[in-house]
Design a protein around this ligand. Structure first.
Ligand code: PXP
Length: 255
């Protein structure tokens, strides 16, 4: 047997809230989805409180922190407003992401190199409050090395560009992007960072990325919530877990 560690699945429930907000009422309740997902075996819940509150709202974060028994991963931009909320909510982890009001979803990783002066005290304050800080970055050596210098224990590799290339059938770009993820995961592992991955993952891409031995957690939202419309949330989670297990069985320790 190799010394490959288990791979966790975090469910991002943002788009349950997107559907709720389309009608302005209380249903479907993202906290109910989180509880059901935990029952179905996810290892944690992720929610992104965006500056414009387009899906998750402040009261969702507060309820999640009180009602769920698994780790809560609070995705947010590195702003003063979000820091205050995070220090109040006290989630297990904060994942810092870039955020532009006009974007449809999180495009590109956090500019940790350009913003290191701002991020250093920000990460330190969250860490002192007992919150595990993760940085959502591109799988390139500069941001990975900067994440290490900034003292973040975790990075989440942005899989969005790779998943998009796969969806467009652009094999050359997909191969190039996956090679970046592969070497990024290896470098981060060597530096002692915990490696997560996410954005745009589906059954196929989750299975492929699960084979990278350093990756310890996948955070997946849109695809699972979409699939739940057809087969229900528990089965969508179960099938995602099976895909991840198939991929993990192919993981090999680096030479
Ligand atoms: N990880 C991070 C840091 C994200 O910003 C998102 C999207 O909010 C996800 C994972 C989940 O992406 P998706 O909804 O495409 O699965």
């Amino acid at each position: 047997m190799t010394n490959i560690l288990p791979l966790r699945l975090g469910l991002n429930i943002d788009h349950v809230a997107t559907i709720r907000n389309a009608r302005g009422g209380n249903a479907p309740d993202p906290v109910r989805a989180a509880l059901m997902a935990i029952e179905a075996g996810v290892d944690g819940i992720t929610a992104h409180l965006r500056e414009d509150r387009r899906h998750i709202r402040d009261e969702d974060m507060a309820r999640l922190s009180l009602e769920i028994a698994k780790p809560l991963n609070f995705e947010m931009a590195a702003t003063e407003e979000m820091k205050k909320i995070a220090l109040r909510v006290k989630p297990h982890a904060v994942c810092l992401v870039p955020e532009k009001r006009e974007e449809r979803t999180t495009e590109g990783g956090l500019d940790v190199v350009g913003q290191h002066n701002l991020l250093a005290p920000y990460i330190a304050e969250l860490t002192q409050a007992g919150i595990r800080v993760s940085l959502f970055i591109e799988a390139d050596p500069e941001p990975i090395e900067m994440a290490k210098k900034l003292g973040a224990p975790v990075i989440e590799l942005h899989t969005g560009a790779w998943c998009e290339a796969l969806a467009h059938g652009d094999k050359a770009k997909a191969a190039h992007d996956f090679a970046r993820l592969d070497s990024g995961a290896e470098l981060a592992g060597k530096l002692g960072l915990e490696v997560h991955a996410g954005h745009g993952l589906d059954f196929y891409s989750a299975e492929v990325v699960a084979a990278l031995p350093e990756v310890r957690e996948l955070n997946i939202g849109h695809f699972i919530v979409g699939e739940a419309i057809f087969i229900g949330l528990p089965l969508a989670i179960q099938q995602m877990r099976e895909a991840m297990d198939r991929g993990r069985a192919k993981a090999r320790a680096r030479p």
